[in-house]
Design a protein around this ligand. Structure first.
Ligand code: GRF
Length: 196
């Protein structure tokens, strides 16, 4: 199960990988917090069920979180992948999918959490950045780390060029890690995530 808010290139990489039965994981459904995004179109082209749940259509965040939890649970996913999903999941969602929700972030956490990670990395002048896959907890980009992949930061990078470089390694990292998690299982001890 994958949740998206945008272009869905990470989702596409998972959809492509799942075309090989040996991959062992398949995308059972794709959810979004907004309509009209390429991420939903990619899922529809693959014949994967989609849904949209907009915060604006609910009375408040708690009601939205409850609806999201119920909808995601209806697909009985082994793993929930937040792939460019621009909302924080709430307490109900985390209680239901605790330890089974991963998020991919375009920085080497704990450096540069939040929404502007590539811009923050460029502004800080770091020479290496990358992508982090982590298990979602109640904080913002704070959960136990599953995998990381690094890229160089060039002196003439802006947020867009750095983000594109990060996304090339992010997709590979995501596909490899999700496949291994689903095929081999995983355990979490403190901040350590062990696959297999
Ligand atoms: C990814 O870099 C993700 O880490 C960030 O937003 C981007 C989403 O890209 N949160 P896409 O929608 O998968 O193309």
């Amino acid at each position: 199960m994958v949740l998206v808010s945008g272009s869905g290139t990470n989702l596409q990489a998972l959809l492509d990988a799942s075309g090989d039965p040996a991959y062992g994981a398949r995308v059972v459904a794709v959810g979004a917090d907004r309509d009209g995004i390429e991420g939903l179109a990619r899922a529809e082209r693959h014949g994967v069920p989609v849904f949209t749940l907009r915060v604006a259509d609910r009375s408040d965040r708690t009601a939205w979180d409850a609806a999201l939890t119920t909808r995601v649970a209806s697909y009985d996913p082994d793993l929930v992948v937040l792939a460019g999903f621009l909302k924080l999941t709430g307490a109900q969602f985390l209680a239901r999918f605790d330890g089974r929700t991963v998020n991919t972030h375009p920085a080497l956490l704990p450096a540069f959490p939040g929404m502007q990670a590539p811009a923050d990395a460029v502004a800080h002048g770091v020479r290496v950045s990358g992508a982090t896959l982590f298990v979602v907890d109640a904080g913002v980009d704070t959960g136990p780390i599953v995998a990381q992949a690094a890229v160089p930061v060039h002196l003439d990078d802006d947020a867009a060029t750095l983000h594109e470089r990060i996304k090339t390694v992010e997709r590979t990292m995501l596909v490899e890690s999700v496949g291994r998690m689903v095929r081999e299982g995983w355990s979490i001890e403190g901040r350590k995530v062990r696959i297999g």
